[in-house]
Design a protein around this ligand. Structure first.
Ligand code: PRP
Ligand code: URA
Length: 208
């Protein structure tokens, strides 16, 4: 079990702007993307490198490259899409899959509506993307969908997580590595993270 919470003044700064209800859609989107870049950088700390020969203008030397073919990014629609630009800055050649899930507003249970994953997904490390981990229902269901299709290694990147959501993933999927920018206090009676930032999808797409 691995839970990494980013602890950095720049994250505090960016999260505070994200939380502000007056932050524009444009700035919100940019910040989600920037935090995703930082989370991805952290999640790739253990990436395996392969040695390559390089001819510099001076001499031939050896260098190391990440095999991007070993990775796939999988955003959970919709809000997870907001993180894709940011993670592609770190690994521009990784393949991208999509999982469609939404939370039933009354039961808070995830409802699955789409799944399209890159070829040979079972051989790749999947970096699952969703800015919000609230009850953990959507995250846990997305992980189960990936495992059902043979995925063995999953890293889950979220921007704000509630303790109950982190616990749910750790209990149901102890093999999944969790990277979150900020751990918030709790959930309210409607299943929203407190203090949170509201509905991430609506704020990214300006739908409310
Ligand atoms: C949000 C969010 C997560 C989910 C988190 O999506 O992006 O997927 O809720 O809540 P949970 O941990 O309690 O499951 P939402 O259902 O609002 O769909 P959207 O991204 O399409 O707006
Ligand atoms: N989904 C969101 O977008 N925000 C929350 O606070 C909880 C679930």
């Amino acid at each position: 079990m691995k839970e990494i919470i980013l602890n950095h003044p720049m994250i505090e700064h960016k999260i505070s702007i994200l939380r502000n209800e007056k932050t524009s859609t444009k700035e919100f989107r940019e910040l989600v993307s920037e935090i995703a870049t930082i989370l991805c950088y952290e999640a790739l700390k253990d990436a395996t490198l392969k040695e390559v020969e390089i001819k510099t203008p001076i001499e031939v030397t050896t260098g190391k490259l990440i095999d991007e073919n070993n990775y796939a990014f999988v955003p959970i629609l919709r809000a997870g899409m907001g993180m894709v630009d940011g993670v592609l800055k770190v690994m521009p050649n990784a393949k991208i899959g999509h999982i469609g899930l939404y939370r039933n507003e009354e039961t808070l249970e995830p409802v699955e509506y789409y799944c399209k994953l890159p070829k040979n997904i079972e051989e790749k490390t999947v970096i699952l993307l969703d800015p919000m981990l609230a009850t953990g229902g959507s995250g846990s269901a997305a992980i189960s969908m990936l495992k059902k299709r043979g995925v063995k290694k999953i890293k889950f990147l979220s921007i704000i997580s509630a303790p109950v959501g982190l616990e749910k993933i750790q209990t149901e999927h102890p093999d999944v590595e969790l990277y979150t920018a900020y751990k918030d206090l709790s959930l309210n009676e409607n299943g929203y993270i407190v203090p949170g930032l509201g509905d991430a999808g609506d704020r990214i797409y300006g739908t409310k």
